[in-house]
Design a protein around this ligand. Sequence first.
Ligand code: 3PG
Length: 394
Amino acid sequence: VIAMTELDLTAKRVLIREDLNVPMKAGVIRSDARLQAALPTIQQALKQGAAVLVCSHLGRPVEGEFNEELSLAPVAAWLSDKLGQAVPLLRDYLDGVDVAPGQVVLLENVRFNIGEKKNADALAQRYAALCDVFVMDAFGTAHRAEGSTHGVAKFAAMAAAGPLLAAELDALGQALDMPARPMAAIVAGSKVSTKLDVLTSLSGLCDQLIVGGGIANTFLAAAGYPVGKSLCEHELLDTARAIAAKVSVPLPTDVVVAEVTGPIEDFMAFVQAATPVVKLVADVGANDMILDVGPQTAAHFAELLKAANTILWNGPVGVFEVDAFGEGTRTLSLAIAESSAFSIAGGGDTLAAIDKYDVAERVSYISTGGGAFLEFVEGKELPAVAALKAAAAK
Ligand code: 3PG
């Protein structure tokens, strides 16, 4: 693919697709990690002499309708502040935009446009007509073939990869193509079914596959341990066994449980009120719900991580939002931070854990991708990257 940094952008109109899909509540940005990651690309394009148009989606609006709650207005304010210049938010931009070299404009949520999700050519052509160069930099949305991530690359005079997208692909490539061994992966989360492709792909690649959360419960049940009232996919026990036959899956030896005494209406309220009890995995009772790995297990997993030269981390191993069930995730976060391995982390919950335990500075690479990160690890070609390759071959 062509890299943005290789191009002469002097006085060029450059349309940059970023993933500015940040968690937002009542107009307040809850985490600016994706904005921080995109900022250097915008600054770089300005430095190269461009007139910059930035676009992104936010959330999943109904197309063809403006929706105040999913407006990028707070992002425009954030960008204006960080860039030290006004970044106007444009609502009507499909017929053309006035922007001079050195200026930046933000185009309103692309998913308000009819045809964005469906990757309609008619819309993609209008995006392409806005610019001399299209830069795809939204790694977090590179797994979506939509008008502003895929279609536009077909019609733009020139289509290039932005520095953030390039850095993401490099870091993931380094972790997955020829990993320094031993390689340990942590795949945690509620369900084996939603992470099955990731587990399968990593079982052929890493040396230790550490599982956590509901996924670990399914592996424990597959090994014959009681899991009581824990989240567990009993229909996937054979699948778990097949994975464990391919790669070393170290199972928890102790866990932190809470007793379930009645129906749970609000899961987080239940966890907040629960009393943590450490048990050996063989002693998990019929009313117990596993909510974290135990201290012995956390220490063992930490040793495995310290011995690794490559670490890939997706998912917290317990309900870390509540401190009583966060020790496992905290211990593993610190082990990753202390390790000299090349470590890469991705996924929304993982980023929240990295924030909570303040280890961001000591993880080698933190991906801005959630779904895109997982699809890359699954070995799938990301459609937006394929579109850039096709454009470069033209
Ligand atoms: C994400 O947050 O994973 C990306 O921004 C993609 O969003 P989507 O799942 O709504 O396409």
